[in-house]
Design a protein around this ligand. Structure first.
Ligand SMILES: Cc1cc2nc3c(=O)[nH]c(=O)nc-3n(C[C@H](O)[C@H](O)[C@H](O)COP(=O)(O)O)c2cc1C
Length: 245
């Protein structure tokens, strides 16, 4: 596969603590390890990290416009288009959250609510993504795993980089950076059984939908997007991702 020689790493650290954020700090550590690893392999990297303090993200209003039309009316009023564009155009996406009250942060959840329709259209299909959490002590691994699952449902191929607590980082950062680079080079190898199952179920639905569509009937956006990308032709997500790379 002919990979680009410059890798754009975009990170969203879902904490509003801004420069004091432990989550942004872990992102920087991860990105630095990734930069070194990439350099060893002949790649340059650009790295940008945004935090919850940089963005105004409104709560989803449950209008379902994103599912039906692919348009979120709130995008005219807040900073989600900036975040979406950066996530979509990154070569490697880092997404981390602090653990607040045993869960991901409110802004992390709001971001996932606002990109829920990506989980139907696989907007991040084949995107290399690493997720992680920070916590003082409890529930970090569980929350990181939740992020991994949610990101996987958007089509991204995900590595769980673990949790940073006040006692240290759960997983070896250099080893994680190596695994992220391996995944970047061979995305299809990182597809999980759950992701594959969800993807195939969605494809079946798209096929059924188009089969039953009456002439002249408008096509619901999320179905059209998968169809137009040719994703209803594939039996397996791995095949689709290998085709992208
Ligand atoms: C509101 C709030 C709730 C928290 N709840 C937990 C928790 O349930 N478990 C835990 O281990 N740490 C908890 N913490 C600690 C944070 O997870 C930890 O300090 C984290 O690294 C903060 O990241 P940040 O500086 O990027 O926001 C909590 C912190 C806050 C502010």
């Amino acid at each position: 596969m002919d990979n680009k020689r410059n890798i754009r790493i975009f990170s969203f650290a879902a904490s509003c603590a801004g420069e004091r954020s432990h989550t942004a700090e872990f992102s920087d550590i991860l990105a630095e390890a990734l930069r070194k690893k990439a350099k060893e392999e002949g790649f340059d990297t650009d790295y940008e990290c945004m935090t919850g303090a940089d963005l105004n993200v409104s709560y989803c209003r449950s209008c379902s416009s994103c599912f039906v039309k692919g348009i979120c009316p709130l995008d005219d009023r807040d900073d989600m288009p900036i975040l979406k564009e950066k996530m979509l155009s990154a070569d490697i996406l880092l997404f981390g959250t602090p653990v607040y009250a045993w869960q991901m942060s409110g802004i992390a959840k709001s971001v996932f609510d606002r990109i829920s329709y990506w989980m139907h259209r696989y907007d991040l299909l084949g995107k290399t993504c690493a997720v992680y959490s920070t916590a003082s002590a409890s529930h970090g691994p569980e929350v990181a795993e939740e992020l991994a699952q949610l990101m996987g449902f958007t089509g991204a191929v995900v590595i769980n980089a673990g949790t940073k607590t006040f006692y240290g980082i759960e997983k070896d950062v250099d080893e994680t950076a190596g695994r992220i680079m391996e995944l970047y080079k061979d995305r299809a190898s990182g597809v999980t059984p759950l992701q594959q199952e969800a993807f195939i179920a969605r494809i079946m639905l798209v096929r059924k939908y188009f089969k039953n569509l009456k002439e002249g009937e408008p096509v619901v956006n999320e179905m059209r997007v998968l169809h137009e990308r040719g994703l209803d032709r594939y039996d397996q997500i791995k095949e689709a991702i290998a085709d992208l790379t």
